[in-house]
Design a protein. Sequence first.
Length: 297
Amino acid sequence: MIARACLVAAFVAASVLVCGAASAASDPQPAVLPALPEPMTFYVVKGAPDSCGRGCDSWIEAEGQIVSSTAGRFKVFFDQVQDRNLPIYLASPGGNLGQAIVMGTILHAKSTIARVGRTLVRECGFEAQDSDVCVRLKQSGRELHGDLFTGGATCASACPFVFAGAAVHEVAPDAVLAVHSPKILFKPRAVEMEPSAMVAAEERGVDRADRMVAVYLAKVGIDAGLLEVIKTVRNEDIHVLTREEIDRFGFDRREFVETPWTFENDKLSIMHKVAVRCCAEAGRDILPVAAMACGLF
């Protein structure tokens, strides 16, 4: 059996490598879910050369909550742009699980690359990205211009099921993929049910959701261990997947991942990047952390 360990390293200035314990470096801090209250919007963005990868300057941004109409709107949009083979960037606090699985199934039928990222739309000018003016621009159907960011971008709750459907999934080391158990919502008439009947109905709903998720994960090639983790996290909580879990469940098994250099124009005026290296060691223990960390480059 092959054991894999992932190490996150932070680079500051030109070549200073910060070395630390694997547990401290690999486990991201709890995420603050993004303020994306609007139903999910899809739009095509053109950025700088190589902004979404080598030879890639255009992408699809999908941001906002997944609601009951999202999958239908996504199919109409995706049918219009699928021949362009654009990567899709997701930024969502989640929403409707069934709709997310339908969206993931749509992606699964095509050779699509999915990533977690947010877009800063230039046409919005000084307006906030979630302002009415900017949201209307994003919903206009126009191809917009923008800049792409992965730092702090979050795909949570139902969103990872959309992400899972893509042929290729890539998670930047500074982006967040987070999960929790589903919440069963009842129709208004159900509030008149006896408490015991409500509990039984909720248990049946959770069981149906688990079976639906299990079938879907098997179809798209994500390890069933993800569902076991989801079951342990209350709906009121959120679990940020560690780099080891992202690797183990099959979301992103690249050996080496890094962010671009970012300039922080603050008092220190520093440049920094984050890099992740996952190592496979067959038949023996993983190498000591210090040796791996300081010998990456």
